[in-house]
Design a protein around this ligand. Sequence first.
Ligand code: CTP
Ligand code: CA
Length: 224
Amino acid sequence: TADINKTLPLTGKSILVTAGPTYEAIDPVRFIGNHSSGKMGFAIADELAKQGAMITLVSGPSALISKQPGIKRVDVTSAAEMLEACTTYFENADACVMSAAVADYTPVTVADQKIKKKEDTFCIDLKKTTDILKVLGERKQANQLLIGFALETQNEEQNAIDKLHKKNLDLIILNSLNDNGAGFKFDTNKITMIDSSLQKTTFDTKSKTEVAADICDKIIALIK
Ligand code: CTP
Ligand code: CA
């Protein structure tokens, strides 16, 4: 048809998207993880690809498959591996959407053999992981767009604004768990977007595909 080669809003733009949880190894058979399904990040990657963007999807462990063709998938396991992949691919990206649920702490040491049960109580020493988004915020060039998420259970908006500033973001997407049926294990999300001019937009509870479309519209409006 006549418009098959029509330019889409994000044609020519490279966007890095992260999705899923990270797994932090304790020993050869155990890890510390979280309940992130990766659905939000995969939906965002699909939506941005539909609008013409070239996508690199850095994903933690997830069984999901991208619906759109041509998405470059980079599989990682730990927060350290995700950091490495993100710093590599951010360099030539026009934008990054950091929707992965990165572990905040990782074991200080990884046992090289399966840990045997002994005492009645057992402690694992943890150390902070690197804040990937903060590192990208420090490296961000004037023509790059950096988007993060915030998951809060109290002082939601103020905490989200604090993260926006601390990590040098252009947009933060506040994920509300308060609403029944929204969040991690569900197929719906309730979000509020806050941009760097502190303009705030609140959305109704929607399917993750619809939420991804709202985020994509905002990226189209902001991208340089
Ligand atoms: N994030 C990251 N690297 C980490 C931790 C978080 O890049 N090591 C990113 C997440 O992907 C998200 C944003 O930072 O886009 C906010 O994550 P969140 O867990 O809400 O906030 P934290 O900064 O980790 O602070 P806290 O968990 O204490 O609220
Ligand atoms: Ca965190």
